[in-house]
Ligand binder design. Structure first.
Ligand SMILES: [Zn+2]
Length: 278
């Protein structure tokens, strides 16, 4: 996980929500003239009328197209999902509201916003709020695309996953081991980071394997790794080098396949992460 700065595009993000509320949800009482915002519907009008797509596009830009959880580079928005940090069906914002981005001044549950006497914003209704929406991958890996999700947004579902990527020093609070597993370091926020790692299944086999392979290739020039995309002989040589000690023929066979190598390359950020750690 890496720090995600929601402030850079906050005005535009909130602007999409404002526009949605004004265009699709605003009602005026004919007698009193008072304005109410009703029928806020993320899966319905927010999605169907294109607001979700715009929000996703903006969040993709903010996150430089990296998954908020596993750091996969997401090529295009069709492969991306919008993650509700406070789940859509959450009974309260408790456990999330200690993060400034999700504080009570910024975010209200949609049901509370809908019934509130005062509907001035902020706080924004959580199901359509910029600060409560981040981009996540679908957590799918080749050969088992029937498995709906191994990690990240869908695998997390509604489990408690506090937005530890809103901590500016999140990277220094996570240890990535040589076997590819990741762990919260002892110290402040340990339990919250751990909750998110477990909820988003960031130590699933596929992710661990991919991080382990990046660790093993950290000393090879990056251009040689890139060459492996189209040069299968180079790829075989590289894999044999990576697994020379353990004789891990299973991994060599697996990553020699184009589909696996392509997904592996989407995690190129770990090349930098392991090199910086050296
Ligand atoms: Zn992911």
């Amino acid at each position: 996980m890496r720090y995600i700065d929601k402030n850079t595009c906050k005005a535009e993000g909130n602007g999409i929500t404002d526009e949605y509320l004004e265009n699709e949800c605003r009602t005026t009482d004919p007698l009193s003239g008072s304005v109410r915002y009703m029928n806020i519907d993320y899966s319905g009008s927010f999605t169907n009328k294109g607001y979700r797509g715009r929000m996703l596009g903006l969040a993709m830009t903010t996150q430089k197209k990296y998954c908020c959880y596993c750091l996969r580079k997401i090529g295009n928005s069709k492969l991306a999902t919008l993650e509700h940090i406070i789940p859509q069906n959450a009974p309260s914002t408790s456990g999330y509201d200690k993060y400034g981005e999700l504080s009570k001044g910024e975010i209200a549950l949609t049901k509370d916003f809908s019934s509130a006497h005062n509907q001035e914003r902020p706080p924004y209704p959580h199901t359509i709020a910029w600060n409560n929406l981040v981009v996540s991958c679908k957590g799918q890996f080749p050969l088992d695309n029937n498995v709906s999700s191994h990690c990240c947004n869908n695998a997390r579902s509604s489990l408690y996953a506090p937005p530890v990527y809103y901590l500016q020093d999140i990277e220094s609070r996570i240890a990535i081991m040589h076997d590819g597993s990741i762990h919260a370091k002892v110290g402040e926020c340990h339990d919250e980071i751990n909750s998110t790692i477990v909820a988003a299944k960031l130590n699933c086999t596929a992710l661990k394997e991919i991080r382990r392979l990046w660790y093993k290739l950290r000393d090879i020039p990056y251009r040689e790794i890139v060459r492996c995309i189209y040069d299968r002989n180079q790829r075989m040589k590289t894999l044999v080098y990576a697994f020379k000690d353990g004789g891990d023929f299973h991994s060599i066979f697996k990553y020699q396949k184009d589909d696996y190598w392509k997904v592996f390359m989407k995690y190129h950020l770990f090349y930098l992460i392991f090199r910086e750690a050296n």
